[in-house]
Design a protein around this ligand. Structure first.
Ligand SMILES: NC(=O)CC[C@H](N)C(=O)O
Length: 224
């Protein structure tokens, strides 16, 4: 597990807990000394009390539906557009600007749209086609040690819509079935990070550290 010296103020991180793999994120975030506390976020009141947000994997359509029906969607969208946010898998889908294919809802899926990318859902097939891929991740601590990318009914980023704003953070190192080497699986745009894989399902907290440091730096710049 990665340990780092404190440079910035500790942050309180929320994990969207409407559905999906949120507890695993909370556990890994709580291993980091940079995090004062990681908590579940389910409504507008709770989101107002965190410095940064993680949107976990799960089912993007279900999460959107719950957020909308409970009246949480506007506060969630406002947060995503103004504060550090990281989406993993279904979270990445929700953060994208456009969904091109895959799944049942296709073009009319409700999205938070913080990342100028287009997404293909379920790009690798069904749950059975889940796999683990070693990844080089830009900015990761001890980057020579590949990150274990766990892909479960994962999306891929099929197009970057704004190449000036969006930075590629990880790509597949080889072909996986029909999905070719070089396919983009993690990106960053300003205060938003997105990954197609599930770092919360590993014992490696380096992606969480990467996000938390990114959030701390971004917050420190805003406070200046
Ligand atoms: N593991 C995941 O988060 C899968 C994402 C899911 N296929 C979706 O479309 O939302």
């Amino acid at each position: 597990m990665a340990q780092e010296q404190q440079e910035h103020k500790q942050i309180r991180v929320g994990v969207l807990a409407l559905q999906g793999a949120f507890s695993e994120h909370i556990i890994l975030l709580n291993t980091l000394p940079q995090v004062s506390e990681a908590v579940a976020v389910r409504n507008a009141k709770e989101i107002a009390e965190v410095d940064a947000l993680v949107i976990p994997g799960g089912e993007s359509t279900t999460m959107a539906l719950i957020a909308e029906r409970s009246g949480f969607w506007p506060a969630l969208q406002e947060f995503v557009h103004t504060r550090p946010t990281w989406g993993t898998c279904a979270g990445l889908i929700l953060l994208s600007e456009k969904v091109t294919s895959g799944g049942t809802l296709k073009g009319d899926q409700k999205l938070l749209q913080g990342l100028s990318i287009s997404i293909k859902r379920n790009a690798f097939g069904t749950q059975k086609e889940s796999f683990e891929a070693g990844l080089h991740v830009e900015g990761l601590e001890a980057a020579e040690r590949l990150f274990p990318g766990v892909f479960i009914r994962a999306p891929v980023i099929d197009e970057i819509l704004d190449t000036e704003k969006v930075q590629v953070v990880a790509q597949l190192e080889r072909d996986y079935g029909m999905t070719p080497k070089g396919t983009i699986v993690a990106v960053r745009q300003g205060h938003i990070l997105g990954s197609a894989f599930h770092p919360e399902l590993t014992r490696d907290n380096r992606m969480h550290l990467l996000f938390v440091k990114m959030a701390q730096e971004w917050i420190a710049k805003q406070d200046k």
